[in-house]
Design a protein around this ligand. Structure first.
Ligand SMILES: [Zn+2]
Length: 344
């Protein structure tokens, strides 16, 4: 099959590789019909996160058609359309049972280190019985794919913010995850969702979603947040960037006794946490990786009912053969790129 392979920093090549095969009873093989290029793929692409041997297949956002299942997989059959989590979880360990598959003791990350990735014609999905969700007929690949990673992550971020009707929500970042945090936040009936970013095309997308864009380059974002909240600050701040600087900014947007919920992927090892300020202001701070399996079914339902349309953020759809160009566009944020899908 053809697959996008990592050949060293900034070097992606589409090559012929062996087709994946069923290895464990709970495996399924998916014929990939669309795969995303994700912000976290950039950690590998630019060399921040070292990947295993040259030739590794990247990609963990996928949707497709089941073509083969192992004997343990009873809930899927060939021909089913399925989308799946970027972390394959067992569904049986203590954490999976408690609703935290993101920290499954037998978790296998797809596209990073453990399971070869999804930017390919076929993908082996371990623990398919738990990792995959069936895609309703009226949900297109473009609408459904993101529940396996970034839409669930954005929703998780908003969900953990415990948004109450009438709340002022500030979202730091209008990248793909930030946009989905905004889309998710709007489903909780807030007074306003303020989208804080500096890139015009991203802010324009936030407006399209229904958030109020705040251009932090040309506006004082802290005062804008205060103007919307009778001077208090945001009830809930959602962080979706993944740099210490943006995490730090959350503390200036949040009101006393407010909640900060962060899902940005940090590669910086430490952050000078403002403990005294957090104590005096009674702040709640949450951070973490989304337990995707908890959200996939619910979000596919919202999409199927027409309540949200995640496909709105896709700016580029490229054939898999043009994966290298896709990575280049995404990395340099050229062509007003926000989100790229690859189609094998
Ligand atoms: Zn588990």
């Amino acid at each position: 099959m053809k697959a996008a392979t990592f050949q060293g920093a900034f070097k992606i090549e589409v090559k012929d590789v062996d087709d994946p095969k069923i290895q464990e009873p709970n495996d399924a093989i998916l014929k990939v019909t669309a795969a995303g290029i994700c912000g976290s793929d950039m950690h590998a692409y630019d060399g921040r996160m070292p990947l295993p041997p040259t030739g590794w297949i990247i990609g963990h956002e996928y949707i497709g058609e089941v073509v083969e299942v192992g004997p343990g997989v009873k809930n899927f059959k060939p021909g089913d359309r399925a989308v799946g989590s970027f972390v394959s979880a067992c569904g049986e360990c203590w954490y999976c049972q408690k609703g935290w598959p993101s920290v499954c003791t037998r978790a296998q990350t797809i596209g990073f280190f453990m399971v070869p990735g999804a930017q390919a014609e076929y993908l082996r999905v371990p623990n398919a019985h738990f990792t995959l969700a069936k895609v309703p007929d009226n949900v297109s690949d473009e609408k459904g794919i993101f529940v396996g990673d970034i839409f669930s992550t954005g929703y998780f971020c908003a969900d953990r913010g415990e948004i109450q009707p009438g709340d002022v929500v500030a979202v730091v970042g209008s990248g793909p995850v930030g946009l989905f945090a905004q889309m998710a936040a709007l489903t909780f009936d807030p007074k306003v969702v303020l989208a804080i970013d500096s890139m015009p095309e991203r802010l324009a997308m936030s407006r399209k979603i229904g958030a109020v864009p705040v251009d932090m380059k040309n506006e004082d974002a802290v005062s804008v947040v205060r103007q919307h909240s009778e001077g208090r600050g945001a009830d809930v701040v959602l962080e979706a960037v993944g740099y210490a600087e943006s995490l730090k900014s959350c503390f200036s947007y949040v009101r006393p006794a407010g909640i900060i919920s962060a899902v940005g992927m940090y590669t910086e090892p430490e952050f000078p946490f403002p403990m005294f300020q957090a104590f005096l202001r009674d702040l709640t701070f949450k951070i973490g990786m989304c337990p995707v399996e908890r959200y996939m079914g619910k979000l596919l339902g919202l999409i199927s009912e027409g309540k949200v349309d995640p496909s709105i953020i896709i700016t580029h759809t490229l054939p898999l053969a043009e994966a290298a160009r896709g990575y280049d566009i995404f990395h340099h944020r050229t062509e007003n790129c926000i989100k790229i899908l690859l189609k094998p």
